[in-house]
Design a protein. Structure first.
Lengths: 222, 251
């Protein structure tokens, strides 16, 4: 209909892909920071903090990201707060990612063997010292492979931002298809780009998992 | 109801009086009392489930008690307002599973607490690490990671880590139970040397021969109670049939 695929179209797709990456980074950073707080709250000694954070995680995990996007983009203006598509998509992803990463990391904290906590307590370390110097370094090792694996989910989920009019990779594909009407070709290209973004991360995650203990690697390298 | 009569014996380092503790419906400690004076070695023995490990863990407040009183180096352990970190600076504890921090070298394992808790300088802490490692015969392992050491070496390093905090009393919770006889021997030698230096110690052990040699006092626990107590001599001539049976099966 509207001519054939040319360099300009590909440029446009490339631009969309960059926004997909950008939005993923926003989701990872925002969700990472919030998720770290969620994880700490989930293992807090305070019951009320644990209760509230558990509620938050269950609420978010039980809500589709698509609905969170609708709520922030269409719901908030109804309450008098106008948000741009980027803000709505970024905030929604941050909320979504924080619940999942918070839960993944809680599991990682808790999988540091209990005697490690006790040994640190027995040495009179304060709670924050135990966390920072004993538990966190071990938890990070455990957390790295699943976190990298979850980044794949973040990248794929950014495609939902297209529903609030944010032009990332999927939305830019739709726009081009609207003028070219070559859905099979265009969406194949889109799929290949997503795959190219996600596959290296998946592979990296698997390698990290197999490799295990970084201490040994550092020693072997030395 | 039970008025605590705390002996103001200046040399008492650890004192339990009439301690009760339950895990749910299970009564683990049923009125346990004993006292450890400065420089003494008290050995807790008894069958699995007799409450000896729980009694030891209560001393360092890893378990809270239901009633009774525990006083350790002047700290009232049973007091809800207890300064836990002050207590744990005075008490060193070594566990069955070593529990060295796997991401740190032996030196870092040892200097971590003195630097972060006592605030001594890195250089001073390293100097001290060298000294305590020499004490347990591992001065050449400073820069190794725990997993590069044998079980016996790891346990000795764990003892050194506790010693670096200069505790007033050391607790040993079945520290050789995970080791084969040869490695057990090297760990016990270190503990013997500590006793000879006058360290106050409370230990749970199944090594009867070792207990005989090192204990100033033996406490035999049975069904959550101190069933028989006395000098190491009770291990060879027990007064109660339960202890007789226990040491008999141990030979």
């Amino acid at each position: 209909m509207g001519g054939s695929l040319n360099a300009n179209h590909l440029m446009f797709l490339g631009y969309g892909a960059l926004w997909t990456i950008g939005l993923s980074v926003i989701g990872l950073l925002g969700g990472g920071i919030a998720g770290f707080v969620v994880a700490l709250c989930r293992i807090s000694p305070s019951r009320i903090v644990r209760f509230l954070s558990t509620g938050y995680v269950q609420l978010i995990q039980g809500t589709p990201l698509l609905v969170i996007m609708f709520l922030t983009y269409f719901g908030l203006p109804a309450l008098g707060v106008t948000v741009s598509p980027l803000t709505a998509a970024g905030a929604s992803l941050t909320i979504f990612v924080s619940a999942y990463l918070g839960e993944i990391w809680r599991g990682c904290f808790e999988s540091v063997p209990k005697p490690q906590w006790e040994a640190a307590e027995g040495l009179a370390l304060s709670r924050s010292q135990r966390m920072l110097k004993v538990i966190l370094p071990q938890a990070i090792r455990i957390a790295t492979p699943p976190t990298v694996g979850f980044m794949v989910q973040i990248i794929k989920n950014t495609s939902l931002a297209s529903v609030v009019g944010f032009v990332e990779l999927a939305r830019s594909g739709q726009i081009i298809n609207n003028s070219l009407f070559e859905p099979f070709l265009i969406y194949t290209i889109i799929a290949v780009i997503y795959f190219a973004l996600c596959y290296p991360l998946s592979r990296f995650s698997h390698r990290l998992e197999k490799r295990g203990d970084p201490a040994r690697i550092e020693l072997e390298a030395a | 109801m039970h008025k605590i009569t705390r002996t103001d014996n200046a040399s008492s380092v650890v004192g339990l009086s009439n301690v009760h503790k339950s895990f749910g419906p299970l009564k683990v400690l049923n009125g346990v009392s004993f006292e450890v004076n400065r420089g003494e070695v008290l050995v807790l023995i008894g069958r699995s489930g007799s409450g000896k490990s729980t009694a030891l863990r209560c001393i360092d407040r890893f378990e809270t008690i239901d009633s009774g009183e525990i006083v350790v180096c002047g700290h009232r352990v049973s007091d809800p307002k207890l300064d836990l970190r002050a207590l744990r600076q005075d008490v060193g504890i070594v566990f069955q599973s070593y529990n060295l921090f796997p991401h740190l070298t032996i030196e870092e394992n040892i200097t971590l607490a003195p630097c972060s808790v006592k605030g001594i300088s890195k250089a001073q802490a390293k100097e001290q690490a060298r000294r305590v490692l020499a004490q347990v015969g591992l001065e050449d392992k400073l820069h190794q990671y725990p997993e590069q050491l044998s079980g016996g070496q790891q346990q000795r390093a764990a003892i050194a880590r506790s010693l670096a905090m200069q505790p007033k009393v050391m607790l040993f919770d079945e520290v050789t139970s995970a080791l084969d006889p040869e490695l057990t021997g090297e760990v016990l030698k270190v503990i013997e040397a500590l006793a000879a230096d006058g360290m106050t110690m409370v230990m749970v052990t199944h090594e009867m021969g070792f207990a005989r040699g090192i204990a100033n006092r033996v406490v035999f626990m049975h069904h959550g109670k101190v069933h028989e107590t006395g000098s190491a001599a009770i291990l060879t001539s027990p007064a109660t049939p339960e202890l007789a049976q226990f040491v008999g099966t141990g030979l």
